[in-house]
Design a protein around this ligand. Structure first.
Ligand code: APR
Length: 238
């Protein structure tokens, strides 16, 4: 992998699976007999705000009891050791809304689907760090309105910071997808964008994803084995 300067990494739920955080499409994707897709939409929030708030209150509490795994720590090591100067870059674009990349020590992380540990005020539009429940309509820290929602991108809403992501894909020499099914766009399309713009593409996943055919190389197995081995390899070839 010589000549690599800019790396873009896309992570999905599979990178947090071995930390005990359920993925979306393994194991049926159900919560209290609701399909996850039925509680993660703006329409669901209008129809039954308490149901949606309870779903996210449960997930927000759950992630605070989990720890980063060897895959998160390996990516944090890469973030620390991969050169930042003279236009060499690294960006970890995550679809995950947990904070395990950050708790492992990674800094160059972009949450395209938002974050469990933030609340978004629908009255004043401010986002605030948030660890507790939202079900009991607490006041917004900025404006006081009882108008806080999870700062998570729902189906049908625009993912965050897409311009920055596309800029990084344009500069990428290497695109690595870790622990994602390739089922949800726009993230599922990043591999083709990167490949069309000349990047090498690598998939690290438990099993072939829906986009496996677009990758130059694919390695299948648990992230806690594949990711540390790959990070060691890419740092050795610097
Ligand atoms: N190691 C590596 N990969 C794993 C592991 C593991 N231990 N366990 C599961 N996987 C893989 C699965 O094989 C699957 O391909 O992780 C992927 C998880 O896929 P999804 O559950 O679809 O999660 P993700 O791809 O992140 O979903 C994308 O969909 O529901 C929306 O917004 C939500 O961000 C989410 C998006």
């Amino acid at each position: 992998m010589t000549g690599i300067r800019n790396i873009v990494i896309l992570t999905g739920a599979g990178v947090s699976a071995e930390s005990g955080i359920d993925t979306f499409r393994d194991g049926g994707g159900l919560w209290e007999q609701h399909r996850v897709e039925d509680v993660t939409t703006p329409e669901a929030f209008v129809r039954d705000p308490d149901l949606v708030q309870r779903f996210y209150d449960m997930r927000r509490a759950a992630i605070q009891t989990r720890e980063p795994n060897a895959a998160h720590h390996a990516l944090a090591r890469l973030d620390a050791e991969w050169p930042k100067e003279d236009g060499r870059g690294l960006l970890i674009v995550t679809q995950n809304v947990d904070d395990l990349h950050e708790r492992a020590g990674a800094n160059r992380v972009l949450h395209m689907h938002g974050e469990h540990l933030k609340a978004w005020c629908t009255a004043c539009d401010r986002r605030s760090p948030w660890r507790g429940p939202l079900l009991d309509r607490p006041p917004c820290p900025a404006c006081g309105a009882a108008a806080l929602r999870p700062d998570v991108v729902w189906f049908g809403e625009m993912p965050y910071r897409m311009d920055e992501i596309h800029e990084a894909l344009r500069e990428a020499d290497l695109f690595v997808s870790i622990g994602t099914s390739g089922a949800v766009y726009p993230a599922a399309g990043f591999v083709r964008t990167a490949r069309d713009l000349g990047a090498r593409t690598l998939e690290l996943n438990l099993e072939p994803s829906q986009g496996s055919r677009w990758f130059h190389e694919a390695r299948h197995g648990p992230a806690t084995e594949l990711v540390p081995a790959w990070v060691k390899e890419v740092l050795a070839a610097r």
